[in-house]
Ligand binder design. Structure first.
Ligand code: ADP
Ligand code: 5GP
Length: 184
């Protein structure tokens, strides 16, 4: 059961590792977990669900940031991404799937947040997942390079590391981490 003050769990990791896939699986498996829907200025990818993000233009994003509407926000590969301040009525644990600069901001505001670094089994597998998802080749290169930086910086702040090789196993590992947090 969630405590009175919702726990914050932050999933970070290189693009193409499977963070979005894992996040969806986790909220489907755990009714005590609530997934925050981010805002972004990135255009929707082909085949990406309409509600993967709140897709907005830069002006709308910047106005929301200026009115303190984000818990955290950051620029990643030329686009802005942000977590809207969660509604105070949320009585479940909060799952954020964000990049490193945003995770650092969350830790500053909520030092008791738990950060999980999700890793691909290898860079080759990561690249294949990005290509399989339909990312253009220029994005694949940029995300691989950014991914190396994210792993190095992520290791400085992560409380747990999980390798997403077998999806079921990765889901089970993270559910195990959540269980142990709730027993504290
Ligand atoms: P991220 O959110 O980290 O950028 P995604 O969740 O979009 O990554 O996953 C990238 C691609 O890899 C997607 O096509 C997804 O279906 C696939 N994928 C995710 N996890 C696994 C896994 N364990 N095994 C095989 N494919 C996976
Ligand atoms: P993508 O374009 O692949 O959906 O996301 C690019 C990166 O932005 C990923 O590392 C993803 O976790 C991150 N991201 C998604 N939403 C947010 C957010 O609300 N805040 C921050 N800081 N990063 C986010």
């Amino acid at each position: 059961m969630p405590s009175a003050e919702p726990r914050i769990v932050v999933l970070i990791g290189p693009g193409g590792t499977g963070k979005g896939t894992l996040a969806e699986r986790l909220i489907a498996a755990d009714p005590s977990l609530w997934l925050s829907r981010s805002w972004t200025t990135r255009p929707r990818r082909e085949g990406e669900p309409d509600d993967a993000y709140v897709f907005v233009d830069r002006e709308t994003f910047e106005a929301h940031a200026a009115s303190d509407g984000f818990l955290e926000w950051a620029e990643f590969l030329g686009n802005l991404y942000g977590t809207p301040v969660p509604e105070p009525t949320i009585d479940r644990d909060v799952l954020l799937e964000i990049e490193i600069a945003g995770a650092r901001q969350v830790l500053e505001r909520h030092p008791d947040a738990t950060v999980i670094l999700l890793l691909p089994p290898s860079e080759e597998v990561q690249a294949a997942r990005l290509r399989g998802r339909g990312d253009p080749e220029s994005h694949v290169e940029a995300r691989l390079e950014e991914g190396r930086r994210e792993v190095a910086h992520g290791r400085q702040i992560a409380h747990h590391e999980v390798v997403n090789e077998d999806l079921e196993q990765a889901v089970a590992e993270i559910l195990g981490i959540l269980d142990s947090l709730r027993q504290d």
